[in-house]
Design a protein around this ligand. Structure first.
Ligand SMILES: Nc1ncnc2c1ncn2[C@@H]1O[C@H](COP(=O)(O)OP(=O)(O)OP(=O)(O)O)[C@@H](O)[C@H]1O
Ligand SMILES: [Mg+2]
Length: 336
C-alpha cells in the first residue's frame, strides 16, 4: 500500500499552509473563497479566489471565512479546509493519514470540535491540535524543551502572538488582534486622507510589500499605482513613495512594539534576561516587512531576527511534530 503522508496544517486568517511529513510544504494558498452572492455556489477557493478580490464580476463576491483570528463564516471555513486537505491527501478510503493542526486563538471549543469532524470527513484519521506559539517556535527550530527562555513573535494577518517559552511551557503569552492586515488598512486610510485616493486591499498589500518598511529607506523607492479619485470618482494614476508608506504604518508598528514591551513586563526576570541574551525570533508573514526586525531591535535595545521560512513556520512546526512525536508529541492537545 502506498504510504500516506501525515500532514501539518496552519489554518491562518490570510493563508492556509500544509506540510506533508517527510516532504515539506506542499500547499500555501490564500484563505479566500469566491462564491455567488445569491445562491452561495462556490466558484473558486484559494489563489484563484484571491485574484478575484476587488474585481468580481456581477453576482460574485469574495469572502475571507476567517478574520481577526476568529471564524467569520463557519460553513465556508469547512468547505475550504476540506478542499485543501483533499487536494493534498487525495481521496482516501482505507489508509487515512493523521494531522496536526494549528488554529487561530479566537476559535471556540465548539468550532474546534466541528473542524476536527471536517478533517475526518476529508479523510484524516485523527487530528490533534498544537498551540500557535508552540508550533511557530518548533518551526523556527527553537529548542522549546530547554529551560532557557525564548521569545517568539508570530505576526500573522489578523493576529500577533507574543510568547515566552521555557522548558516546554508557554510561560507568557500575549495575543493581540493586529497583524499585516492593519498595516494595509492604515496604508488605505493614509492615501485616502492625503491624496483623496481610494485604493483596494491588493494595492495596499503591493505597496507594503514592494516599497514599505519599518525603518526609513536609505534610498527613496516609489511605486506607480492606480486608485480612484474620491472627489471626481475617476481612476487616477499616482506615484507613491517609500517615505509615505513608512509614515502610513507608524501606528500599527508602534502598537506592535508596545505589545512586545508589555509582554516582557509580565515575564519572570530570569526568562527576560535569557531573551535579552539570545534575542527575539519573528515568524509569520508579517515578519517579512522590510526592516521590521531592525526596528524592534532599535526600539527595545535587544537582538531580533526573522526565522528562516518565517511565513511557513507554524505549518513546519506542526509537520516536525508529526515527524518527531517522541520530542514534541507531549505539546499536542487531543482532538479526534
Ligand atoms: N514581504 C512582506 N512584507 C510585509 N508583509 C508581508 C510580506 N509577505 C507577507 N506579508 C503579510 O503577512 C500577512 C500574512 O501572514 P501569514 O500568512 O503568516 O498570516 P496568517 O497566518 O494567515 O494569519 P493569522 O496568523 O493572523 O491567522 C499578510 O498580512 C501579508 O500582508
Ligand atoms: Mg498565522
Amino acid at each position: 500500500m502506498a504510504s500516506v503522508a501525515d500532514i501539518g496544517i496552519d489554518l491562518g486568517t490570510s493563508n492556509v499552509v500544509i506540510y506533508a511529513r517527510n516532504k515539506g510544504i506542499v500547499l500555501n494558498e490564500p484563505t479566500v473563497v469566491a462564491l455567488e452572492r445569491d445562491t452561495r455556489v462556490i466558484h473558486a477557493i484559494g489563489r484563484e479566489a484571491y485574484r478575484m478580490i476587488g474585481r468580481t464580476p456581477g453576482g460574485l463576491m469574495t469572502v475571507r471565512p476567517l478574520q481577526k483570528g476568529a471564524v467569520a463564516d463557519f460553513e465556508l471555513t469547512s468547505t475550504m479546509l476540506h478542499h485543501f486537505v483533499v487536494q493534498v491527501i487525495g481521496k482516501r478510503m482505507f489508509s487515512r493519514p493523521r494531522a496536526v493542526l494549528s488554529l487561530p486563538s479566537g476559535i471556540n471549543e465548539n468550532e474546534k470540535r466541528n473542524i476536527a469532524a471536517v478533517m475526518f470527513e476529508a479523510g484524516v484519521r485523527r487530528t490533534q491540535l498544537l498551540g500557535r506559539p508552540m508550533a511557530a517556535a518548533i518551526g523556527a527550530k527553537i529548542d522549546v524543551g530547554d529551560v532557557y527562555g525564548s521569545m517568539i513573535v508570530d505576526i500573522g494577518a489578523g493576529m500577533t502572538d507574543i510568547a515566552v517559552i521555557s522548558a516546554g511551557n508557554v510561560v507568557t503569552v500575549n495575543s493581540i488582534p493586529m497583524g499585516g492586515d492593519q498595516f494595509n488598512e492604515e496604508i488605505e486610510r493614509y492615501l485616502a486622507k492625503k491624496h483623496n485616493l481610494k485604493i483596494g486591499e491588493r494595492t495596499a498589500e503591493e505597496l507594503k510589500v514592494t516599497i514599505g518598511g519599518a525603518i526609513p529607506r536609505e534610498e527613496q523607492l516609489y511605486l506607480d499605482i492606480t486608485g480612484r479619485n474620491m472627489i471626481s470618482g475617476l481612476p487616477k494614476l499616482m506615484r507613491i513613495t517609500s517615505d509615505e508608506i513608512y509614515e502610513a504604518i507608524d501606528e500599527p508598528l508602534t502598537q506592535l512594539i508596545y505589545a512586545i514591551r508589555a509582554t516582557f513586563e509580565s515575564t519572570p526576570a530570569e526568562l527576560t534576561n535569557d531573551v535579552y541574551d539570545s534575542g527575539i525570533v519573528l515568524t509569520g508573514g508579517g515578519a517579512l516587512l522590510t526592516g521590521l526586525a531592525d526596528a524592534i531591535s532599535q526600539e527595545l535595545s535587544i537582538g531580533c531576527r526573522v526565522a528562516d521560512n518565517a511565513q511557513a513556520c507554524v505549518a513546519i512546526g506542526c509537520g516536525r511534530t508529526l515527524e518527531n512525536m517522541a520530542d514534541f508529541g507531549r505539546y499536542l492537545n487531543d482532538r479526534r
